[in-house]
Design a protein around this ligand. Structure first.
Ligand code: FES
Length: 88
């Protein structure tokens, strides 16, 4: 089976979440069932690896949900330029 190197777009908005201090594996492939965190789904269908994120303290995070950010795993508003996005 040929593995895809393209991430799957999950949403066209950021995922804003309050995160506790700790380590998280962000799903960079977009195929997880536990969005935005890796659940191992990438092993079967893509060569894309999760991104380890470490927070030293509690903070609000805007996760990228379109997987097109230039600042993964965080939103840089690249979703605004993707097909299907509606201007506000
Ligand atoms: S499931 Fe997407 S990176 Fe692991």
């Amino acid at each position: 089976m040929v593995k895809s190197s393209e991430p799957k777009i999950r949403g066209l908005r950021s995922l804003r979440m309050m995160m506790q201090a700790g380590k998280y594996n962000y799903c960079a492939c977009g195929r997880t069932e536990n969005n935005p965190f890796c659940d191992g789904s990438h092993y079967e269908s893509t060569d894309i690896k999760p991104i380890l994120v470490v927070f030293e303290f509690q903070q609000e995070v805007k996760w990228c949900d379109c997987r097109n950010s230039k600042n993964l795993p965080f939103c840089d508003h690249s979703h605004r330029n993707l097909p299907g996005n509606k201007p506000k």
